[in-house]
Design a binder for this molecule. Sequence first.
Ligand SMILES: *Cc1c(COP(=O)(O)O)cnc(C)c1O
Length: 395
Amino acid sequence: MTLSLQVLRDELESMKEKGLYGTIRTLEGPQGAWVTIEGRKVLNLCSNNYLGLCNDPRLVEAVRVAVGRFGVGPGAVRTIAGTMTPHIELERRLAAFKGTEAALVVQSGFCANLAVIPTLAPAEGDLIYSDSLNHASIIDACRLSRARVVRYGHSDMDDLRRKLEETRDGTGRKLLVTDGVFSMDGDVARLPEIVDLCEAHGVIVVVDDAHGEGVLGRGGRGIVDHFGLHGRVDVEVGTLSKAFGVMGGVASGRATVIDYLRQKARPNLFSSALTVPDVAANLAALTILEESDELVQRLWENGRTLKRELGTLGFTTGESETPITPVIIGEAASAKAFSVRLFEAGVFATAIAFPTVPKGTARIRAMVSAAHSDDDLAFAVEAFASVGREMGLIG
Ligand SMILES: *Cc1c(COP(=O)(O)O)cnc(C)c1O
């Protein structure tokens, strides 16, 4: 059957009718605590720019210097001619920061999952245990493997234990993968229990710490540091696009595992390296994190303030254990309307609904940043209060 444009048009129309067609707002200046959209400054409560580094002058200056020395593009995939000294320095320093033997940097967090999961558990007969709420990039990475995927209930350790028992006779490789922080609710994976269970069953553990990098652990060293599980997690996947404020993905772990990924992972072999500006900015971000935990502390303080103030107003903010602040509205249409009215009130915060979150739990996911001042948070709370009252959601 040929693909007709009419089929695509019909589907787009149907998405519009169902309210599932996404319209994307465009920022007319840098990412930051406030952003300019349609000529207007609005308070930004939806980026993953946790530490406010996206537009930090130290990162911008580091890029200027590096581009002067190394130019812009890497020119090739890393295995052919695309690796430069800054790439090697970034990997060495990321490994030191994470307290692991080695690290491999790829183009994005999404690519890091594609690099790790199908490479470590590639074959029919292999098994991949996957939390039911894992990120889309993990799901796609699992699909790229021929392994059988065994989904367990979200953070349900009894279900995981049962499934490990049921499959204990399997002779192939076994790998478990979980998000570290689940981004829609802000809850943290039960990693100590997961690691115990996996050690008992000979299962490799991979944790995708995209929302924990720069957030959890001492000075933002991530979930493994947060739980003191150094040396017991095989691979930590991370992204440099969230707290680091730049772009890039990283896999860190034992030298042998990272060496293997470097030789075999397809995003490393068949897609070019990060650009010089990306690498230079990431190095500068890393320096800031190494020097002080001030931004990480500020982020957590802002998260606590927003949760407390919204709770006092009567909003339900879920069970988040991180600065992520879900404000549960209920029906998808109400959450969308809430987001539109917030925008009119000067606050940019996107509504999230089914299928990203379960039906009836549509929400505004408020993302604070270390860049927000006390006045910014007060402005946000005021906007939530007035829209909430207007819509009859709070008293
Ligand atoms: C954001 C995210 C990614 C993707 O990271 P990018 O660097 O934006 O590609 C992967 N995994 C998880 C859990 C994420 O939250």
